[in-house]
Design a protein around this ligand. Structure first.
Ligand SMILES: Cc1ncc(C[n+]2csc(CCOP(=O)(O)OP(=O)(O)O)c2C)c(N)n1
Ligand SMILES: [Mg+2]
Length: 321
């Protein structure tokens, strides 16, 4: 299906919102205003946005430790996200979860997850629920190349393939799991090749091309809704920043590799493409960016103006003792 200009502009806005949100979160983290750990998705925005653009609001997704992009792409509220990062009572988890635990069931965002591969079985359960309910909903698991080597990935994809669950398994192959190169842990060059072992389609997509990601997701969603089962989509991409935002950490990745991937900026690529077609002007792009920055400024102000949770609240919402 050809995407309308309006939809492509929406996708551009969503990708730029992720980038600007994280640039601000990173700055504020380094200044000590944000607690816990922050992992940035910058450089990988086209994956979350391309996939989520092919979903309905009631379709469900699960995220990873690098979760801001998935939240924003699924339509999460920037104010409640920023308040959560700031540890404030108005945040998505009342300020008690931080960056790696943002969830919003009302938009089908089942949560980020600090356990590598931990979200995959959970969202496979959501896929089973979707199948049992029979309303045509699909469930999407986002995970990294590192997670694709963990047991929960294999166990989940096996049962989803066998039971033909309406699912998308979206691997964000950014070539590294923290400091470990995928080439050192992946016997096959492509994670997508593993799909053959489970009897489902596996596709490799340029994860920095949001339109290509959308197209692959759209086909997989159609297959899932038709009752034909899951698809494994591997998006080749790259994170621009260090594994976490903690200052001073070593980054084993070669500088020229980082720079080469920055040349493949997914946001610039879509913006240039829209400009070449006359669907976006330089002024229009500046205006959009200005609106995004203003929304993020408001989100920060909302967070700063919100109280920290009461000390007694530490024992509320706790499900294990
Ligand atoms: C079960 C588990 N093991 C180890 C870690 C520490 N850890 C956090 S992120 C990460 C790397 C994950 O790599 P990948 O799945 O490729 O995701 P990426 O960070 O590249 O997005 C590791 C090892 C963890 N959080 N959970
Ligand atoms: Mg990775």
């Amino acid at each position: 299906m050809t995407l309308t200009a309006e939809k492509q502009l929406e996708m551009l806005r969503s990708m730029q919102t992720i980038r600007r949100f994280e640039e601000r979160a990173s700055d504020d983290y380094r200044e000590g205003a944000i607690y816990g750990v922050v992992h940035c998705y910058i450089g990988e925005e086209a994956v979350a946005v391309g996939v989520c653009a092919a979903l309905n609001k009631d379709d469900q997704i699960i995220s990873t430790h690098r979760g801001h992009g998935h939240c924003i792409a699924k339509g999460a509220d920037l104010k409640r996200m920023m308040a959560e990062l700031y540890g404030r009572e108005t945040g998505y988890c009342k300020g008690k979860g931080g960056s790696m635990h943002i969830a919003d069931f009302s938009i089908g965002m089942l949560g980020a997850n600090g356990i590598v591969a931990g979200g995959i079985p959970i969202v496979t359960g959501a896929g089973l629920a979707a199948q049992l309910e029979g309303k045509g909903r699909v469930a999407v698991s986002f995970f990294g190349d590192g997670a694709s080597n963990a047991g929960p990935f294999h166990e989940s994809i096996n049962i989803a393939a066998t039971w033909k669950l309406p699912m998308l398994y979206v691997c964000e192959n950014n070539l590294y799991a923290a400091g470990t190169a995928a080439a050192d842990t992946l016997a096959l060059g492509d994670v997508a090749a593993r799909a053959a072992g489970y009897g489902i389609p596996g596709v490799v997509v340029d994860g920095n091309d949001v339109l290509a990601v959308y197209k692959a997701a759209e086909a997989a969603v159609a297959r899932a809704r038709a009752g034909e089962g899951p698809t494994l989509i591997e998006c080749k991409t790259y994170r621009w920043r260090t594994h976490t935002e903690r200052p001073g950490q070593t980054d084993p990745r070669p500088q020229d590799e980082i720079e080469a991937w920055q040349q493949k900026d997914p946001i610039k690529r879509l913006a240039d493409n829209l400009m070449a077609q006359g669907l976006l002007s330089e002024e229009g792009w500046q205006k959009m960016d200005g609106e995004i920055l203003a929304a993020i400024e408001q989100a920060v102000k909302f967070a700063e103006d919100s109280p920290f949770p009461d000390l007694e609240a530490a024992l509320e919402d706790v499900f294990a003792e």
